[in-house]
Structure formats: structure tokens, C-alpha cells
Design a binder for this molecule. Sequence first.
Ligand SMILES: C[C@H](N)C(=O)N[C@H](CCC(=O)O)C(=O)O
Ligand SMILES: [Mg+2]
Length: 365
Amino acid sequence: MKITDITFGMLRVPLKTPFKTALRTVNQVEDIVVMVHTDTGQIGYGEAPATAVITGDTHGSIVDAIRHYISPRLIGQDIANLNRLTHLIQGSMEKNSSAKAAVEIAIHDLWGQLYGAPLYKLLGGGDPVITTDITISVDYIDKMVADSVAAVERGFESLKIKVGKDIGVDIERVKAIYAAVEGRALLRLDANQGWTAKQAVYALQTLEEAGIKLELVEQPVKARDLEGMRYVTERVHTPVMADESVFGPMEVIELIRMRAADIINIKLMKTGGISNAIKIADIAALHGIDCMIGCMLETSISVAAAVHVAVARADAISKVDLDGPSLAQFNPVDGGVIFNESEISVTDAPGLGIREIRGLERIAA
Ligand SMILES: C[C@H](N)C(=O)N[C@H](CCC(=O)O)C(=O)O
Ligand SMILES: [Mg+2]
């Protein structure tokens, strides 16, 4: 099976409610869909969001990177040589992790199709059902409490609470949500870089002294402030998770060497796709470090790929934040992974199992 062409589409799916973090507010998923075509007529699907504030990727940069740097290296290559293909993609240029991820996902989809097996089985196999949390956007306290209670009533047992705005209000946000859902859901906080190290220690120690048990706190300080991450990790009982601080395996090795976090959030859009995600999971497992697998604002195309990785690396990935499809008003994908609120299950369809994507707007060559 040889690669003949790579084409693009734009996929827009409105969110159920605006997605608000310390970094940005978004009303709809607006992602580039990548289609890798082959001489057998089979197509592999990938997806990349333009999360410029985190990865630096924009819609234009994603298409341009694939068109001018990645695609020329891949045309004519055989899907059976997966390792060669991932090296060609990763070595095509610096950064541009979401563009690389979209193509890697599509290539892995085709790899599964080539061997007639679901991707997770080729990656090592595992239990095909996982459970995700759901994100509660940062907002007025009453709104966050209402959203949290509604999420628990939808069956979510783990809530990812966005904070990182005003430190005093953040503490009150968490106290109010904890009181409303105590015993019914675990709370994970994500400050998206919004606190200083001292603010983070103050907020977390205040919450700990108030008897509030948090499952973890994600990216309390600026992405590049690894010393700040370590400062917080050393001073609070709540496990600290690195998200924006770590993209690829080398950064994970440095983070582990510095003991700057307790947990790592793996996202395909940061790692540049599946090959590095697997490497990170294996490095973390070797060091006894726990991982979460997360997503950006993505639909069930690229999130499906993350699900396959989560299933195949369940030894390293104990936490799942793959709520993109649950945040969206509808699922544009026919086939593939089944997203049923907190429960996500993979089928035995080859590759990612995607049959059709509805509402895709073609991007002209
Ligand atoms: C959607 C997911 N639950 C999430 O919260 N991801 C964010 C970044 C997403 C974005 O801004 O598009 C995160 O973990 O920081
Ligand atoms: Mg995060």
C-alpha cells in the first residue's frame, strides 16, 4: 500500500457550551482534517486543531507544514514501513507538532487497515473500554457548580476543573464545587499556567488544609518554568501534572531528571503523534511515573487515535482526559471509536475504523 496524495478538509463542530480556560475561550471545534490517499484506494484520516496558544500551530501553518515539508517526503512510501514513515515525519522540520500528529495518525490508521486489525491491537492490545473525565470551564462560581453537578448527573466520576484566573476566586471555585459533588466525583484542577509558583503553593495548601482532596493539579505555572513546577511539586501533597511544560520524549526525560512533576499529560498534538506518545508512556513506565492522556479541542478522529494509545499503554496511562467529543454538539464521524459520555470503547474495525466524516469542507489544493 503506497501513499499517492495528501488532501485537506476543514471540520467545524459547535461546542455545547463555550470552552474557557486561563488561556482562551472557544465556541467551536475548528480543525484541519488530513486525508492520506493510497494506491489501493484506502484513505487514512488524521486531524489537527489550531491550538496556537499552546503548540503554536495555526490552520495555515498546519496545512503549509504538511503540504511543503511532510507530504513531499511521504509520497510513494509504503505504509508497511511504519517506522521509516514516522522518522520521515518527525525529521521533516522543527516543531509543528499538530501537523506531524495529524499525518502520523492517518498513517497509523492506514497501517491498521493494511493488516486488517484495530490500531490498539497492533500497538500491543488491551482492554477496549476506558473512562474519561469531563472539563468544567472556568466561569462564575455558581455556573461552575451547576456545570459540575450536571456533569456528575451525566455519569462523569472525574471532573477537570479549569482555574488559573484570580487566585482568591479560584480557591472559592474549588471549595464550592467540592462541597457540591463530594463523594460523587474526583476533582482534577487545571490552571493552564495561570498561577505563579508561590500562588500555586498558597492555593493548594489552603485547599489541603480545608480538607479538600484533589486528585491532581495540572500545569500550575508557566510552561517554561520547570523550576517553578519543581517548587510546587516539592511543597504540596496534591500530585502535580505537567501539561504545557512537556511536548516530546526529551522534555519528559528532563522533567523526570529534575523531579519537576509527579504525572505527565501526553497529548498527540504536543508529541507530534503516536510514535512519541508511545515513547513517553514507555519512558514514564520505566521511571514509575504515572501518565494521563489528554486532548485539545478535537473531534473523534484524532481523539480516537489517543484512545487506541490509551488502551495499548494502560500500564503507563492511568488517567484519561479525552472529552473533546463529549464537549461537542454532535459527532461528525461515522464508525470508529464509540464515545458514550464517560465511557469510551474501541471496536475491532481495522485502523481507526472511520467510515465517513460528515460536514467536511474541502480545502483546495
Ligand atoms: C479538552 C481537554 N479536556 C483540555 O482541557 N485540554 C486543555 C487544552 C485545550 C485547548 O485549549 O484547546 C488542557 O488540558 O490544557
Ligand atoms: Mg492542561
